[in-house]
Unconditional design. Structure first.
Length: 284
């Protein structure tokens, strides 16, 4: 059994707690080994899910780094997922009991990425620091749609001959969960009207998925693929969104199927179609 196999949901949940009165989410990374990027992604996936389930838009983050080990191969994912989580949900983050090695790594990352590591030697001092920070929670806030129904509609088309749903997210920004839900509600309605499954061809060129949108984007995308996709292929030439999707696919059990060009993506769909036909014949 690999280290990744042992990172169950119950193991992760035992390391995540919420102090509602103080508006604090506490992440216990003590004596935890982030041995690879897949483990990083699994932990941060669960952090995102747990925070989203609270229904609160902002939390103070209290992070226990005592004895934490972060392998060099995991550092890029660790820094990126931590950045995204903070941008989406944090109203202040404090870390404590960092080992000397981890402290140096975090301080180097802070100098590179321009954030305050807020490192303390013990939990009490870290907690006092968080208590001194003002709450940024917005009560009864309503996200406003960034895109009209007409704009979303023109980005979705169906090729009935090739059984492809063509999704054009080029130069499109998902600012928050409302944008994600607006798009996926529309797509699901259009697909239900066809009463069939489709191959998904998704143009992600210059598409931006902001940190506040990623949790819902991943959730709705996975749900739609299970319900209505014969196979999904994305194309985006070297975008940051491509890197994020590849990274998250490690822990979310899907093949990213990302190509550089539309032509390459269509070739991959042709391969998926051939694999599906062969599988169907094998069942006869």
């Amino acid at each position: 059994m690999t280290e990744t196999d042992q990172i169950t949901q119950s193991v992760l949940d035992a390391r995540i707690s919420f102090h509602d009165a103080l508006e604090i989410m506490e992440a216990d990374f003590s004596d935890f080994n982030f041995a690879n990027s897949a483990i990083v992604n699994a932990f941060y996936d669960r952090l995102e899910e747990r925070i989203t389930a609270t229904g609160e838009n902002k939390w103070f983050f209290l992070v226990n780094l005592c004895g934490t080990r972060i392998d060099s191969s995991a550092w890029i994912a660790y820094a990126r997922r931590g950045r995204d989580l903070n941008m989406a949900f944090s109203q202040g983050s404090v870390r404590f009991d960092a080992s000397e090695e981890t402290r140096r790594q975090i301080e180097r990352a802070a100098n590179t990425e321009a954030f305050d590591p807020n490192l303390f030697s013990n939990r009490d001092d870290a907690l006092e620091r968080l208590k001194s920070l003002p709450s940024k929670r917005v009560r009864k806030s309503t996200k406003v749609s960034s895109h009209s129904e007409e704009e979303i509609a023109r980005r979705i088309s169906f090729d009935h001959d090739l059984v492809i749903m063509d999704v054009d997210f080029s130069d499109f920004t998902f600012h928050h969960s409302r944008d994600v839900n607006d798009v996926y509600d529309h797509v699901e309605t259009r697909i239900r009207a066809t009463d069939r499954k489709w191959f998904f061809l998704v143009n992600l060129e210059n598409c931006q998925i902001m940190p506040e949108a990623w949790v819902q984007y991943a959730h709705r995308g996975k749900k739609l693929n299970i319900a209505a996709s014969l196979g999904s292929v994305r194309y985006a030439p070297g975008s940051e969104t491509e890197e994020e999707i590849r990274m998250r696919s490690e822990s979310q059990d899907f093949r990213p199927n990302i190509r550089n060009t539309r032509e390459e993506a269509l070739e991959r769909i042709a391969e998926l179609r051939a694999e599906l036909i062969a599988a169907m014949k094998g069942q006869d």
